[in-house]
Each structure stands twice: as structure tokens, then as C-alpha cells.
Design a protein around this ligand. Sequence first.
Ligand code: CAA
Length: 259
Amino acid sequence: MTESTDLLIDTPAPRVRRLTLNRPAARNALSTAQLGLLGDAFDAATDDDAVSVVILTGGEKIFAAGADIKELASSTPVTALLDARVAHWQRIRRFPKPVIAAVCGYALGGGCELAMHADITIAGQGARFGQPELNLGVVPGAGGTQRLARIAGQQIAMKLILSGETLTAAEAHACGLVAEVVPDGEVSARAVALAVKISEKPALAVRLAKELVLASRDMPLEHGLQFERKAFSTLVATEDFREGVDAFIEKRSAIFKGR
Ligand code: CAA
């Protein structure tokens, strides 16, 4: 994994890896290099058995102001088609463990798209979400038109993308773009608390649960239900299932091993 001060990596609690975008002078704009660092960090967290959950944040002032517009300025159709960023986004999208976005301040353009790559978003009261790419003469380029319409609905997606207006944290919560809104100063603590809770669950069930919920976007209900039944049937063969039911019956806390 490449070390860089543009992306801070720490462990705020056992089994929780936190990735903090750290380009404050550029408002955490997602340059190709920055996205590459994120891709590397997600790959490393995939391979690391000591990591159960990833928290993605931009710190207390801003989540991310989107793609790096200064870099984008030299785009041509050819560079846009061959863009390394596409592969970096794919690495983030395919991360199999839970991701919690902790959002304070602006999440705009690629920043909003990055938040939508997370499984759960905790927003501070002052957070703002938007897709202002039309102001630059382009459309969102990292899934904004597709994800926003699926997550928040066509009306909200059209309003944000066509007008460039932003949503407040409360509005984002009302349309399902974020799971929870807390005071700005509590975003980090809440994200860590939630990550710890998830990290204590049986890892195989967590992994399949994420896969199943994401599959529900693309699968017809009948196929999704079959997929769920097969996952359920597989999990009853795990040691963690035995431990979970034994612990319940014996009125004690379960200790899961991820097997
Ligand atoms: N790319 C590159 N640099 C950026 C940037 C971005 N997306 N956003 C801000 N910056 C830079 C500014 O150029 C400025 O740099 P200098 O000091 O060198 O002049 C510095 O960050 C501070 O910017 P502001 O003075 O504008 O900061 P602010 O706090 O007053 O405002 C902001 C913050 C509301 C986020 C504002 O900077 C802004 O609107 N940024 C652009 C947002 C945007 O249009 N995002 C969409 C990008 S396109 C995209 O994301 C495509 C995609 O889908 C993949």
C-alpha cells in the first residue's frame, strides 16, 4: 500500500480501518492519484483479515468536492474513455466488507458519488449533498445519475443533477441518501460506534448480507429471494451459526470466529 499524507489510514477501534481524505487545500477533490490511493487502501483492507469494517471520511470540514476539476480540465474523449479512474472506482465498488461514510460538510459531484459507494452514511447536520457537474458542461461520471435515482428516487435525482442545488443532511435523510443525521461533532464517534457493532457480528453473515442487499438493486424479487435462501442455507452450516444459537439459549454473549 502506497503511503501518502493525502489519504490518512488509521485504526480507531479494533477491526475498524478508517480512511480519511486529506487534501484540505483542494477541498478533498478526488484526483486520479487520490482515487488510486483509495483503491489501494480498499484492496489492502480486503486482504487484511484484521479489518472487518471500513470508515470513509473527509474529516470534520468537508467530505469531498468531487473530481479534481483542474485535472479534469485537460480531458479529451480519448483520455476520458481510457481513464484510470474507472478502474479505481471499480475497486471501491467491489469491496466486500461493510463501508460506513462519515460525512461532514460538502459531498459534491464525485464526493456525493463516493458517499453513495458506502453501505451506510452518517451525516453531520451541516452536511450538503449535490451533483453539480452540469455547471461544468458534463454529467456525473462515477454513477451519480444511476445511483442517485435508485437510492433517492427520480424526482430528487433530477432536481439535484439538473439544477445543481444541494440537499441538506435532513433532506438527504428524508430521501434515503443517508442513514442517520447527528450533530457535526458526533459524526466520527457515531461512525466508529456503528463500525464496532458491525465488526462484532459473524463475518461470513455480514459479507453475505451486504452482497444480498446490493443484489436487490439489480435482481428481480424472485431471484433475490432464491439467492437469500441459498445464503441462509449456507450460513446454517457455519460454526458461527452454532455459536449464535447456543449463546442465545445459554443466555450469554456470542463469540464469533468468522468460520
Ligand atoms: N477540484 C479541484 N479543486 C477544487 C475543487 C475541485 N472539485 N473544489 C475546490 N477546489 C479548490 C479551489 O480551486 C480552491 O483552490 P485555490 O485555493 O488554489 O484557488 C480551493 O479548493 C478552495 O476552494 P473554494 O475557495 O471554492 O472553497 P470554499 O470552501 O469556498 O467552497 C466548495 C467549497 C463549495 C466545495 C467549492 O470549492 C466548489 O463548489 N467546488 C467544486 C464542486 C464541484 O463542482 N464538484 C463537481 C466536480 S466534477 C465531478 O465530480 C465529476 C464526477 O462526477 C466524477
